[in-house]
Design a protein around this ligand. Structure first.
Ligand code: ATP
Ligand code: MG
Ligand code: FE
Length: 334
């Protein structure tokens, strides 16, 4: 089965072709980061315009690199949501046009289901499994009892992990997206500052990062007022230590409670070196198998959308020519 995936939910225009849901034939990502950098974040109108300009080129390039034509493709999969509505619409319309013109089935994919399925390009999934999703807009623990079934057992009550990284980075004067810069600084700094960890109520798998973010801002502000110097690398290391501690502790607890076979790391923050290392250490002696995708499959890409799309296609799910963009699509019922 060859599935062509299209992803345009945010600031990456991406097209990929996947064989049998597990093997990458081609995976092309055109990033707009440079265009958004000077605004310190993604500007929705600029994102939509870039997608319009890029999507046909990226599509042609994917087919050319694969040495294929649309005749070879069994199904077109596209991110239906969540994301920026104008950005999503470009991908959805491109996918509908392609499916219609070449008479191919169409499937709509949830972006976060895609992030989770990036792991299937590394290792076959074994159920039940738990996925720790940490991205720019989401932080959640998702329990999967089978393909295509998603149960959110915990989620952030305020900022997503990636959002917290980007805001803290901005406070430190680092460019967008700030996650990788904080990660790099944290690596050379020392976690000497005592920052809060939001454990929330006993037994809760929810997260909260806005208090931590405020604590970082206050620490910087107070130091400035007192004329004290705080080394940015130590602040980055302390912030990262707090984020990683909460993420890893709650994941380990959920893995034990639900007795899962596998733990899958997913989303852009999965590229974080501190988080990857801490999870590897935590799961070393545990029965559940930890799967971590390569960096290129953590941030937004279409390979993950085609991988999730393959499963939905094989389950008989079909999108229609009425398909719309759903900026607030719910992973439990899509
Ligand atoms: P969502 O997937 O929730 O819709 P998104 O698609 O915008 O949001 P992703 O592309 O999955 O988010 O991830 C981008 C986020 O990942 C950004 O917030 C970025 O700072 C963060 N990120 C990327 N690399 C790292 C890293 N090494 N350490 C921490 N954060 C990182
Ligand atoms: Mg992105
Ligand atoms: Fe994403």
């Amino acid at each position: 089965t060859l599935v062509l995936g299209i992803e345009t939910s945010c600031d990456e225009t991406a097209v990929a072709i996947i064989r049998n849901g597990t093997e990458i034939v081609t995976n092309i990502v055109s990033s707009q980061i440079e265009s958004h950098k000077r605004f310190g974040g993604v500007v929705p109108e600029i994102a939509s315009r870039h997608h319009v300009e890029q999507v046909t080129y990226v599509l042609d390039e994917a087919l050319e690199q694969a040495g294929m034509t649309m005749d070879d493709i069994d199904c077109v999969a596209v991110t239906e949501g969540p994301g920026l509505v104008g950005a999503l619409l470009i991908g959805v319309n491109a996918a509908k046009a392609l499916a219609f013109a070449h008479n191919k089935p169409l499937v709509g994919v949830h972006h976060i289901a895609g992030h989770i399925y990036a792991n299937r390009l590394v290792k076959e999934m074994r159920f039940p499994l738990l996925s720790l999703v940490v991205s720019g807009g989401h932080t959640e623990l998702v329990l999967m009892k089978d393909h295509g079934s998603f149960e959110v057992i915990g989620e952030t009550r305020d900022d997503a992990a990636g959002e917290a990284y980007d805001k803290v980075a901005r406070t430190l004067g680092l460019p967008y997206p700030g996650g990788p810069h904080i990660d790099r600084l944290a690596h050379v700094g020392e976690a000497t500052l005592d920052l809060p960890r939001a454990w929330l109520e006993e037994g809760s798998y929810d997260f909260s990062f806005s208090g931590l973010k405020s604590a970082v801002i206050n620490t910087l502000h107070n130091a400035k007022q007192k004329g004290m110097t705080i080394h940015p690398q130590d602040l980055a290391a302390s912030f990262q230590a707090s984020v990683v501690d909460v993420l890893v502790t709650k994941t380990v607890k959920a893995v034990k409670e639900y007795g899962v076979e596998q733990v899958l790391l997913a989303g852009g923050v999965a590229a974080n070196k501190g988080l990857r290392a801490a999870l590897e250490e935590a799961f070393e002696g545990m029965e559940a198998e930890l799967v971590i995708p390569p960096l290129s499959l953590c941030t937004d890409n279409a390979a993950m959308i085609a991988a999730a799309g393959t499963v939905l296609f094989q389950q008989g799910k079909r999108g229609s020519m009425d398909m719309n963009a759903h900026p607030g699509l719910d992973i439990e019922n899509f």
